[in-house]
Design a protein around this ligand. Structure first.
Ligand SMILES: [Zn+2]
Length: 431
């Protein structure tokens, strides 16, 4: 934990007013009430939370656009990012504060979260409690990324409460479906919401994240030949057939992680290939005739997703060529789920310098630049939207998606102060 020594001399009068107006109590309360809504991606609660967000932004006085996503139209779009979860509907929410014109800054956050896993492993056996313990707020989404969503709200509230006048607008984007591909971000870009720069307040542990690796969900279908387990030599187990492929994927992973971009310094595995599910067989004493494995393939910075897919398909073909069974029983490779391309902005982009300088002013330290090994909405904002975008937000991503997810309140407050300074500067706040 870094000690906060804000460089008060570097703060303008209006920035000081904004920081003085930052309501830390409301920030914590907002986060607790965001966690209380079990907004698992694709569920009704996700829609409920978007409506709650729209109401809150409107109450604060922002100009709010809330719209229902046209799922059919989005599915037909060439940049459709795939989906992981069933979805009947989804909503987009954008609020704008200040004068008309292109927003000078977008603060973006996703309201959806992943499922909770084993509830017994959570504090109070309740992933939606928002319990505060030892200086941290607990709950699913606490760091990924309802802390960031609450921080974005707090910045808007502070700008309004401070009474400063903005020369250029600030936009808040609240999106759905980030966890299952990025449909909400795609819809927001296609709706025409734009800006000169965007900060996605995903958890970055104090770093300024200027690039994302991608992640492509793949599925392998491997056939075997069923027979009674007592005469297994008469058949062929799909599980045995999978083993050389599993080894081939491990080799491919090793090859794809040789000399990664220096932004990944300190990360031992920036581009993992990870098998998440394996299903095979339907009877203990039968030889399984089908194995279905699903996993995620990391996409390198600058690598088109099609090349990454080719690399995996090539490795499967090569391994199959060396195996007598697989040679005659080709593996079916498909790409059924979330398809996150990688994305980045140059490390010397002016937006990076501005955020670094805001961290320096508000927190009294120089942040590290880094890259995230997971996919995010960044690539849709940068690629499709043409909006320079980076991640800077509260929380430690290693706590995301696990039980006992939490965010330190100190981290939340510190990061929100930096975002408030950044917003005041970019939007030309005048006292
Ligand atoms: Zn996230």
């Amino acid at each position: 934990m870094t000690t906060v020594r804000p460089d008060v001399a570097a703060l303008s009068r209006s920035e000081r007013r904004v920081l003085d107006a930052l309501d830390e109590h409301a920030l914590v309360e907002d986060l607790v009430s965001l966690i209380a809504v079990p907004s698992i991606t694709g569920t009704d609660a996700e829609s409920d939370l978007q409506h709650q967000q729209a109401r809150q932004l409107a109450t604060l006085g922002l100009d709010v656009d809330i719209w229902k996503l046209d799922l059919e139209e989005l599915a037909a779009h060439p940049d459709h990012p795939g989906t992981e979860a069933p979805r009947a509907e989804g909503y987009g929410v954008v609020g704008v504060l200040g004068p008309s014109g292109v927003p000078a800054l977008i603060l973006q956050g996703h309201v959806d979260v992943v499922p909770t896993g084993d509830v017994a492993q959570w504090i109070d056996q309740n992933p939606w409690s928002g319990t505060i313990r030892r200086g941290a707020i607990h709950g699913r989404g606490a760091c990924d990324m309802k802390a960031g969503v609450a921080a974005n709200l707090a910045v808007a509230r502070a700008l309004i409460a401070s009474g400063v006048r903005l020369e250029r607008p600030l936009a808040l984007h609240s999106v759905v479906s980030e966890e299952d591909g990025g449909l909400g971000a795609l819809a927001t870009m296609l709706r025409g919401h734009t800006g000169e720069a965007a900060i996605i307040t995903e958890p970055t542990s104090g770093d300024v994240v200027v690039a994302n690796a991608g992640a492509l969900t793949f599925q392998l279908r491997i056939t075997g030949q069923a027979t009674h387990g007592s005469s297994r030599l008469a058949g062929h187990s799909a599980i045995d057939a999978f083993l050389p492929l599993h080894a081939a994927l491990a080799n491919l992973e090793r090859d794809r992680n040789v000399r990664p971009d220096q932004l990944f310094a300190g990360n031992p595995l920036p581009y993992p290939i990870s098998i998440g599910t394996v299903r095979a067989g339907d009877w203990a004493s039968s030889v399984p005739d089908l194995l279905v494995a699903e996993g995620r393939l990391g996409v390198r910075l600058g690598e088109p997703p099609a090349s990454a897919r080719q690399a995996l398909e090539g490795a499967v073909t090569e391994a199959s060529g060396k195996d007598p069974w697989l040679r005659d029983h080709p593996v079916e490779v498909t790409w059924p789920g979330g398809q996150f391309a990688s994305g980045r902005i140059p490390a010397d982009h002016p937006l990076v310098t501005e955020v670094t300088s805001a961290v320096d002013t508000a927190e009294g330290r120089q942040p590290r630049l880094g890259a995230a090994s997971y996919g995010s909405d960044l690539r849709l904002y940068v690629g499709l939207g043409g909006i320079p975008t980076l991640h800077y937000g509260p929380g430690d991503v290693r706590l995301a998606h696990g039980p006992r997810e939490r965010v330190d309140i100190d981290d939340l407050l510190r990061t929100t102060r930096t975002l408030a300074v950044m917003a005041a500067r970019r939007c030309g706040a005048r006292a």
